[in-house]
Design a protein around this ligand. Structure first.
Ligand SMILES: Cc1cc2nc3c(=O)[nH]c(=O)nc-3n(C[C@H](O)[C@H](O)[C@H](O)COP(=O)(O)OP(=O)(O)OC[C@H]3O[C@@H](n4cnc5c(N)ncnc54)[C@H](O)[C@@H]3O)c2cc1C
Length: 387
C-alpha cells in the first residue's frame, strides 16, 4: 500500500494512524478531519473541562513531540468515496487517492426539532460545543437537561457543582435502562436526588419556548420548566452520510466484519461510526465508548495491511466509565439478555457497590459504583470467559 487515508481526526482516527506506523506501514499517511483542532479527548468535555478544572491544552490526545509522519488535512470534510478511482472526495473539490482507507468519522449529537437557532440550547459533542456551554453555565441560573443518559447525567452533575439549579427530564421510566437495565439504571440515577437535582421521568418534551433565547422547556404533560440554558442529551447518530452510494454497506453505522473490514475492499471502519460483527453473540454492535475507539484500530489496521489474513482476537466486552457527583460508575459487558442481576459487594444505598449480571448463571456484565479494584477484577474475568 502506498497511500492510506484516515478519515476522522479524533480518538479512533489517531489510534489507527498510530497502529499503522506501529505495524510497520511506512507509506504516505493522510489524516482528514472536519474539525479545525488537533485530536482531543472528549470525556473531559462533560466533566473537568466543563467544570473549568482543566483547559484546552489538557485535552490533547497526541503526546509531546509525537510525529506520525502524516499529512493532516484539518478543517476539511470528506464528502464521498469513489470506489472506481479509489479516491476520497473532499468538500473543497479536491480528492485524495488512497489504496487503504480507515473510516473513523464518529458520531454527532442529536438535536431536538426546533432547538437549532435558539440561543441557550446546546448539544455536547465537540470542543466548540463545550466552550459554548461552559460560557452559558458560567452565567448560572436554571439548567434543564433533556435526556438522562450518561452525557446528560454528567452535565447535570457538573452544573450542580457550579451552583446551577438543575432539572433532568427523561422520557423513559428510568434513565440508563438501555445500558444498565431498569433496576440498576434506577439505582444509578438516585445520584441526582442525592444532590438536589430534580429528575422527571416518564415524560416527553413537547417543545422549547423562547424567541431569540430559550426561556422554557414544555413537557408533554403540560408542565413548563423555566430555563436559562438547555442541554439536549438524547443520543448520537453515526457520521456516515458521506459514504452514501459508494458501495459501503451502512446499517446503524458502517457494517463491518469482526476485524473492522467493510463491504468494500481496502476500507475498514473503527470507533463510534462502526458496527462490528460480534462473533460470540452473532450480531453487529455499534459501541460508542472511548476504550473501543482506542483499542479496536489495532485489529482493523492489521486486517487492512494483511488484506484480511490477520486473525482478529475474540472481542473484549465493551467497557465504559462515567463520573457523576464524585462517584465513578464503571460498566463492562452487555446487560441485554441477562436474566438476573445481583449485588455482590457493598450497598447501593451507600453509593458503593458491585453488581453482576448473569444469563443462565454465567456472568455477562458487571457494574461498579465506586468499586474500581473489584470492578477491574470482574472485568478481567469477563474478558477471559466467552460470554
Ligand atoms: C461529552 C462526552 C463525554 C464522553 N464521556 C465518556 C466517558 O466518560 N466514557 C467513555 O467510555 N466514553 C465517553 N465518551 C465517548 C467517547 O468520547 C467516544 O466513544 C469517542 O470519542 C469515539 O471516538 P471516535 O474517534 O470514534 O469518534 P469522534 O470522537 O466522534 O471523532 C470523529 C471525528 O470525525 C470527524 N468527522 C465526522 N465526519 C467527518 C467527515 N465526513 N470528514 C472528516 N471528518 C469527519 C468528527 O468531526 C470528529 O472529529 C464521551 C463522549 C462525549 C461527547
Amino acid at each position: 500500500m502506498r497511500t492510506v487515508a484516515v478519515v476522522g481526526a479524533s480518538l479512533a482516527g489517531l489510534s489507527a494512524a498510530r497502529s499503522l506506523r506501529k505495524q510497520g506501514y511506512d507509506g504516505r499517511l493522510v489524516v482528514i478531519g472536519d474539525e479545525p483542532h488537533r485530536p482531543y479527548d472528549r470525556p473531559p468535555l462533560s466533566k473537568e473541562f466543563l467544570a473549568g478544572a482543566i483547559g484546552e491544552a489538557d485535552l490533547a490526545l497526541e503526546t509531546d513531540g509525537e510525529d506520525l509522519q502524516a499529512e493532516w488535512l484539518l478543517g476539511m470534510r470528506a464528502a464521498g468515496f469513489d470506489p472506481g478511482d479509489r479516491a476520497l472526495k473532499l468538500a473543497d473539490g479536491r480528492s485524495v487517492r488512497a489504496d487503504g482507507v480507515v473510516i473513523a468519522t464518529g458520531a454527532t449529537a442529536r438535536m431536538l426539532p426546533g432547538g437549532d437557532g435558539l440561543a441557550g440550547v446546546h448539544t455536547l459533542r465537540t470542543l466548540d460545543d463545550a466552550r459554548a456551554l461552559r460560557a452559558d453555565l458560567a452565567e448560572g441560573g436554571r439548567l434543564v437537561v433533556i435526556g438522562g443518559g450518561f452525557i446528560g447525567a454528567e452535565v447535570a452533575s457538573t452544573a450542580y457543582g457550579l451552583g446551577l439549579d438543575v432539572t433532568v427530564v427523561e422520557a423513559a421510566p428510568t434513565p440508563l435502562a438501555g445500558p444498565l437495565g431498569e433496576l440498576m439504571g434506577g439505582v444509578v440515577s438516585t445520584l441526582h436526588a442525592d444532590h438536589g437535582v430534580r429528575l422527571l421521568c416518564g415524560v416527553g418534551v413537547k417543545g422549547l419556548s423562547g424567541t431569540a433565547r430559550v426561556e422554557a422547556v414544555l413537557l408533554e404533560d403540560g408542565r413548563c420548566l423555566p430555563a436559562d440554558t438547555v442541554v439536549v442529551g438524547v443520543g448520537a447518530r453515526p457520521c456516515v452520510e458521506w459514504l452514501d452510494g459508494c458501495g459501503v454497506v451502512l446499517d446503524n453505522g458502517v457494517k463491518c466484519g469482526a476485524d473492522g473490514r467493510t463491504s468494500v475492499s481496502g476500507l475498514v471502519a473503527v470507533g463510534d461510526c462502526a458496527s462490528w460483527y460480534d462473533p460470540v453473540a452473532g450480531v453487529h454492535r455499534r459501541v460508542e465508548h472511548w476504550t473501543g475507539a482506542r483499542e479496536r484500530p489495532d485489529a482493523a489496521v492489521a486486517a487492512l495491511l494483511s488484506g484480511g489474513a490477520a486473525t482478529p482476537g475474540v472481542p473484549k466486552p465493551p467497557y465504559f466509565w462515567s463520573d457523576q457527583y464524585g462517584v465513578r460508575i464503571q460498566f463492562a459487558g452487555h446487560s441485554a439478555g441477562a436474566d438476573s442481576v445481583t449485588v455482590e459487594e457493598g450497598l447501593p444505598d451507600d453509593r458503593s457497590f458491585l453488581a453482576v449480571y448473569r444469563r443462565s448463571g454465567h456472568p455477562v456484565a458487571v457494574l461498579g459504583m465506586n468499586q474500581p479494584r473489584l470492578f477491574t477484577r470482574w472485568r478481567k474475568q469477563l474478558s477471559a470467559s466467552t460470554f
